[in-house]
Design a protein around this ligand. Structure first.
Ligand SMILES: [Zn+2]
Length: 270
């Protein structure tokens, strides 16, 4: 009887164990990488990292400065560098003040919706959708800030391209807007080529990165074959750097909780 009980206990224990996702080691992994990014980039605000057991390939940041990474995403990344790229992208949303903006926008919409007729709600929703075009720009911006954050922490920034190619289409974060995968990848590629050229020469050894390169190659070749397009590309990159500095200075004077991040943005601009 004792023996049967023992066997039964072992079976029960092992089945519970097998079902239970090891969320603690997942959290340790995310905390470790997130902590590295914070430290290397002088982000002196507390960003809290969390993991969630859902299977979706998902991550998001919120106005409370929490970054959630889902189990599905953790299993979808090839290595720590791609995970760093994910966390870097989400930190990019926080640092650039997107979450604050989105939080304010959402609360305005819900306040308005409570006091409106059906037609007014339809029109407000239209305005909201027009606003969400802005958040496509936010996605591009978060990608580039993510590149800076991970590069400063010693990760290969090409991991951002590898990640984006893998997830484009099924990656939903707080802003839920999906600029086309190719445009997003080209945006990141151009930025890395201009700011971190040595990485482009070395390349990156994942299937996903290699596939992304094949996809954007015609666009890159076309640009390189024309002096006019090369100049246009250089101008765009210069503008991006100026925009980053301007944003940082603007945040400094905004009198919001996001003020403190301006140091990070200035730091990234240099
Ligand atoms: Zn995003």
């Amino acid at each position: 009887m004792k023996k049967i009980f023992l066997i039964f206990s072992i079976m029960l224990f092992s089945s519970v164990f097998a079902l239970d996702w090891d969320s603690q080691s997942a959290l340790n992994r995310v905390n470790n990488i997130g902590g590295k990014l914070l430290k290397a980039n002088n982000v002196n605000y507390d960003i809290e990292f969390k993991v969630s057991h859902e299977e979706d390939v998902n991550a998001y940041a919120n106005i409370d400065k929490e970054i959630y990474v889902y189990k599905g995403l953790l299993e979808h990344v090839d290595n720590d560098e791609e995970l760093a790229a994910t966390i870097g992208h989400e930190m990019g949303h926080i640092i650039n003040g997107h979450c604050a903006k989105q939080g304010i926008l959402n609360s305005i919409i819900s306040v308005i919706a409570n006091k409106m007729t059906k037609n007014q709600i339809v029109s407000a929703t239209g305005q909201y959708l027009a606003q969400s075009k802005l958040s496509r720009t936010d996605e591009f911006e978060a990608d580039l800030t993510g590149v800076d954050l991970i590069a400063k922490a010693g990760y290969n920034p090409l991991a951002m391209i590898s990640l984006l190619n893998k997830i484009s289409g099924n990656y939903i974060d707080i802003l839920q807007s999906h600029p086309s995968g190719e445009k997003r990848i080209l945006n990141v590629y151009n930025y890395i080529e201009y700011n971190y050229p040595s990485y482009i020469k070395k390349g990156y050894n994942t299937d996903s990165y290699k596939k992304a390169l094949v996809m954007i190659q015609p666009s890159v070749e076309k640009r390189n074959s024309s002096e006019r397009l090369v100049n246009k590309y250089k101008n765009e990159q210069e503008k991006l750097l100026k925009k980053k500095e301007k944003r940082a200075k603007k945040m400094q004077g905004s009198n919001t909780v996001w003020d403190g991040y301006y140091n990070t943005l200035l730091y990234l601009a240099n």
